[in-house]
Design a protein. Structure first.
Length: 174
């Protein structure tokens, strides 16, 4: 279950909250960098030990999947999105779009059968299509779900927990 923390930007105070990441409480402070003209997320242990500082990046909304085709010869799923005008998702805060040939971690949700749900690394083909290598055919889709790209600001520091920002709120998942 995700903990949702609304974010209110401020030039007068530093927004701060406590997040439970990998079973321990950490202080998360959001600071403004005047040179970069952007916010940064600072994570410190309760004793004040600095853990990481990363730019505040927003996770884009999930996109509905139009089709998923299994290519038996190549052992890949070929995924096409419903609304290609909302893709590609920027790879970095600089706004550079996803280029063909880029490998991206996608999260599949709300698919039936559930063998499709989960995190997969996929090869970005173009604005509407990406490919995911699968060892076996995951089966016939009964209900197509959605695909997201969660931009986890705690990645590499915490093993299980995620810290993402979207819709004006932080989401902490244990």
């Amino acid at each position: 279950m995700a903990t949702i923390i609304p974010f209110r930007a401020s030039n007068l105070i530093t927004p701060t909250f406590i997040a439970n990441l990998d079973g321990d409480d950490y202080e998360v402070r959001i600071t403004w960098n005047i040179s970069a003209q952007r916010y940064y997320v600072n994570i410190n242990a309760q004793d004040g030990t600095w853990m990481t500082t990363v730019p505040l990046i927003q996770t884009p909304p999930a996109r509905d999947v139009d089709t998923v085709l299994w290519d038996i010869l190549q052992g890949v799923l070929i995924v096409t999105l419903v609304d290609p005008s909302l893709w590609p998702i920027p790879l970095s805060p600089s706004g550079i779009g996803t280029r063909p040939g880029t490998v991206i971690e996608y999260t599949f949700e709300n698919f039936v059968p559930s063998t499709y749900n989960g995190k997969f690394r996929g090869l970005h083909v173009n604005e509407t299509t990406f490919r995911i290598t699968m060892p076996t055919d995951p089966g016939l889709i009964q209900t197509p779900g959605s695909v997201s790209r969660y931009l986890n600001m705690a990645a590499g520091i915490f093993n299980v927990s995620t810290l993402i920002y979207r819709n004006g709120c932080f989401e902490v998942n244990p």
